[in-house]
Design a protein around this ligand. Structure first.
Ligand SMILES: Nc1ncnc2c1ncn2[C@@H]1O[C@H](COP(=O)(O)OP(=O)(O)OP(=O)(O)O)[C@@H](O)[C@H]1O
Ligand SMILES: [Mg+2]
Length: 419
């Protein structure tokens, strides 16, 4: 069983506009997604509704027509051969939607397809929701190409089987590096590199002609190549952002506890600012080495944002919550800038959250700081008890010069009980 937070899904049968959610995935009967055949659309910009109710044969034809040789239509038998029949020895991991196996493409498999390792995701779909997420992944990743988005090489849709074939990411997920006990501690510079790479991926999505809202930004969806370049994966929950004068799209509430923005959870109103909130949560995970939601901790420490907020406004307080595994090998100035950035990103009011280009600018500056805490005499940390009195107000966050973040220090308030 995986110990990472699982995505929470709404009842699949509810309408897109209804805000309802439960922890369990709804599984309507298998036939539900294949009984209606949609008319064959001729398009380049493939849309979701075009394909969500097609038969598997029709879907393959439509995808092939839309993407041509850019996406390979694999046969299930080919994928079996590539993964030694999905053997456990080739298992890379397992998420809420099924298992991911390593596979090998050999050069004579298809003309134009080079020999390479790949990751094959076998979706454990038993209903419309799983099929929709598979389709969303094909539609988004088939069209969006960027060095910080994982490359979709191909897909397989045979009867009720749905598979996806990605470029293989040699270092797996950021989640594994940050939280698995056996992993070696990620150095500070690598953490910044990963944050910048993931930010560039998100900036690309938000900067599209019609912005794409990723909706599932979290450490398990940030994959790393052999040089720790970060790439976003899992577009199953991605959706098109608002167009024209609309300020938001209203959707069913889906995402992962601890990462989802509060206004989205409460109202279903989704904007790119919901992704910025999740980005802030991941920054906090990189800083503290703690999970967004950790049920194994005391109650007041379980939600990372709630726990960390009071510590984020000064270097002295940050020292108390920075990942102890770094052993003081982090930039004091860099940590302060990153903490303020994270605080700004998780502002309760979406309007107070920065945009991705500003975030990238701050992170790019952080990577140059060399004032390591251990050499500045700022390590080991102060005790957490003396650091909890800070008061945070999102109004104090200001964005100036289009990018830099400036923070007004709030005086520490002491609450005294009447005696
Ligand atoms: N392209 C890839 N290259 C290498 N490893 C991968 C690749 N894609 C996925 N993995 C591995 O498989 C694991 C499972 O991925 P998956 O996206 O199915 O689930 P998850 O992200 O952990 O959870 P969730 O279902 O909440 O998204 C990842 O954590 C990663 O270790
Ligand atoms: Mg994932």
């Amino acid at each position: 069983m995986k110990d990472s937070p699982k995505p929470w899904k709404p009842h699949c049968c509810s309408s897109e506009s209804k805000v309802s959610f439960s922890f369990s995935r709804c599984r309507p009967s298998r036939s539900e997604f294949s009984k209606n055949v949609a008319p064959c659309p001729s398009f380049r910009r493939l849309s979701f509704s075009d394909l969500s109710r097609s038969s598997s044969m029709r879907i393959n034809e439509d995808i092939a027509q839309a993407f041509g040789p850019d996406l390979i239509d694999f046969k299930l038998s080919e994928l079996r051969a590539m993964t030694q029949n999905f053997s456990s020895g080739f298992l890379l991991g397992e998420g809420g939607f099924g298992k991911v196996h390593k596979g090998y493409v050999d050069e004579c498999m298809r003309t134009g397809l080079k020999a390479q390792p790949v990751a094959v995701k076998l979706l454990d779909i038993e209903g419309l929701q799983g099929h929709r997420e598979w389709l969303a992944e094909v539609i988004f990743l088939g069209q969006l190409k960027h060095p910080n988005l994982v490359k979709l090489i191909g897909y397989c849709c045979e009867e009720e089987d749905r598979l996806l074939v990605y470029e293989f990411m040699a270092r797996g997920s950021l989640e594994n590096h940050l939280f698995k006990r056996i992993s070696v501690c990620l150095p500070w510079g690598i953490r910044i590199k990963i944050a910048i790479g993931a930010a560039k991926g998100l900036a690309f999505l938000h900067g599209a002609e019609t912005p794409v809202i990723y909706r599932d930004f979290k450490t398990s969806n940030i994959l790393l190549d052999s040089e720790f370049n970060a790439k976003l994966s899992d577009f199953g929950l991605a959706t098109m952002g608002p167009e024209g004068s609309n300020t938001h799209v209203t959707t069913r509430v889906m995402g992962t506890y601890g990462y989802a923005a509060p206004e989205y959870v409460n109202t279903g109103h989704l904007t790119t600012k919901s992704d910025i909130y999740s980005f802030g949560v991941v920054l906090l995970e990189l800083l503290t080495g703690r999970r967004a939601m950790d049920k194994n901790r005391p109650k007041r420490e379980q939600n990372l944002v709630d726990w960390a907020k009071p510590y984020l406004t000064s270097s002295r307080r940050i020292r108390a919550v920075i990942d102890p595994r770094l052993g003081g090998q982090y930039s004091v100035r860099g940590a302060k800038e990153m903490a303020l950035l994270a605080l700004y990103c998780v502002s309760p009011n979406p309007k107070d959250r920065p945009k991705m280009p500003s975030i990238i600018e701050v992170l790019e500056s952080v990577k140059h700081f060399k004032d390591m805490a251990i050499t500045c005499g700022q390590w080991p940390p102060a005790s957490q008890k003396t650091s909890r009195n800070a008061v945070y107000s999102p109004k104090d966050a200001k964005e100036i010069n289009g990018g830099r973040i400036y923070w007004k220090q709030t005086p520490v308030k002491t609450v005294r009980s009447r005696g």
